[in-house]
Write a protein that binds this ligand. Structure first.
Ligand SMILES: NC(=O)c1ccc[n+]([C@@H]2O[C@H](COP(=O)([O-])OP(=O)(O)OC[C@H]3O[C@@H](n4cnc5c(N)ncnc54)[C@H](OP(=O)(O)O)[C@@H]3O)[C@@H](O)[C@H]2O)c1
Length: 343
């Protein structure tokens, strides 16, 4: 499926999502970024519950929203680069391992607003901070190689990436990120597409990162779509968009518990064929083809340009960013392109 016609989107909402399968995650460390509510909260509950030995107690404790000794809350503001850097530094200092990392946090808004880092908020929270944290945590993910499983880095993307458009004029600009960040160019029409664009950028980042990791890397990175779920994601929208969203929510939304199963599958599923999950776009409990644009030549060019631009921007945020890239990733990783196109 390289395209997602609206009828197909509606039909997919009613596809059954398999329940989360029990697995033993004892001794493993799981990080869910953005887990206080919504999909992240439900995913965190699942991760605790599927750990065979301690599941019952952990699930109960999370439900009661009290302190369970193996569940720790850490604060990070993803709209502030230095907060992300400090968060990553602290994790690196205090944790011995990281087996599963889910970047779930995200925002959706049509209002142009800049962060303290002078970046448009949606792209900073959904994409730049996601890239920053993921790269900064690669050494910790790499460290957990004693496990019988690979480490997983899961970025929560969305099926709306199928609908994201990138204008020819935008593609013709010398710098994509600066163009997307430019207030003058962020017309209401552009901002109406912004969240979708941010999810397209998630897919590109995951594919490029996976392609740059060594072919047999013990880190598997993928992007996941939970489907349209009733959550607080659209809390910043205004009337009449809110009315439309309420209508769709009432008619076709999944619960965040159902949607979170996809996150857990992307993080723990298909252990017997993990290579299929490298750089994959996952929907519900399976690998699916990303949008036609993603796998097009134009898409491939945009993917590489974005990678270079992300490295340029984030390399200035933290010197470690480029060091880790130099130590853990190759200059270019074409070994995945063919695989992804033929999926
Ligand atoms: N719901 C859907 O239909 C749907 C569909 C496809 C993909 N997704 C994706 O799923 C992910 C989770 O969305 P959701 O629907 O569960 O939305 P949600 O209920 O609004 O949860 C979003 C999470 O992101 C966190 N977050 C947002 N901005 C942050 C910031 N600056 N710093 C730290 N944390 C921040 C929120 O924390 P606070 O509450 O503290 O802000 C919250 O934990 C997002 O990436 C979204 O794009 C959702």
């Amino acid at each position: 499926m390289g395209r997602l016609p609206f009828k197909k989107f509606l039909a997919c909402q009613y596809d059954p999502v398999p329940p989360v399968e029990p697995q033993d995650l004892s001794g493993q460390t799981v990080l869910v970024v953005g887990a206080n509510i919504g999909l992240g909260y439900e995913a965190a509950k699942h991760f605790a519950a599927i750990t065979v030995e301690k599941g019952k107690e952990a699930a109960h404790t999370i439900k009661e929203a009290t302190c369970f000794e193996n569940i720790e809350a850490r604060a990070v503001d993803l709209a502030v680069f230095q907060s992300v850097v400090s968060f990553a530094d602290k994790l690196m200092q205090e944790e011995d391992r990281l087996d599963i990392y889910v970047y779930n946090a995200g925002v959706s808004t049509r209002t142009y607003a800049r962060t303290v880092d002078d970046r448009e908020t949606t792209l900073q929270v959904n994409d730049l901070s996601s890239a920053l944290l993921t790269i900064l945590l690669l050494p910790l993910l790499r460290k957990s190689t004693d496990s019988k499983f690979s480490s997983r880095a899961v970025i929560v993307a969305s099926e709306v990436h199928y609908w994201a458009t990138v204008a020819t004029e935008e593609l013709a600009c010398p710098n994509l990120l600066e163009t997307f960040n430019d207030k003058e160019k962020c017309t209401p029409q552009v901002m109406a597409n912004r969240y979708w664009l941010s999810k397209l950028l998630n897919v590109f980042f995951v594919r490029e990162l996976a392609a740059r990791l060594p072919p047999n890397s013990p880190i598997i990175v993928n992007a996941v779509n939970p489907g349209f779920c009733a959550s607080n994601l659209n809390r910043n929208e205004k009337f009449p968009v809110t009315l439309l969203i309420s209508l769709f929510t009432a008619l076709i939304s999944r619960t965040t518990e159902v949607g979170s199963r996809a996150l857990v599958w992307a993080a723990t599923g298909a252990r017997h064929r993990e290579n299929d999950l490298r750089g994959a776009f996952i929907s519900d409990a399976g690998v699916t083809e990303p949008s036609d644009f993603v796998v097009s030549e134009e898409g491939a060019r945009m993917q590489k340009r974005l990678w270079d631009e992300i490295v340029e921007v984030l390399g200035k945020v933290s010197p470690k960013f480029k060091t880790i890239i130099g130590e853990h990733l190759s200059g270019c990783g074409s070994h995945l392109s063919t695989l992804a196109v033929t999926r």
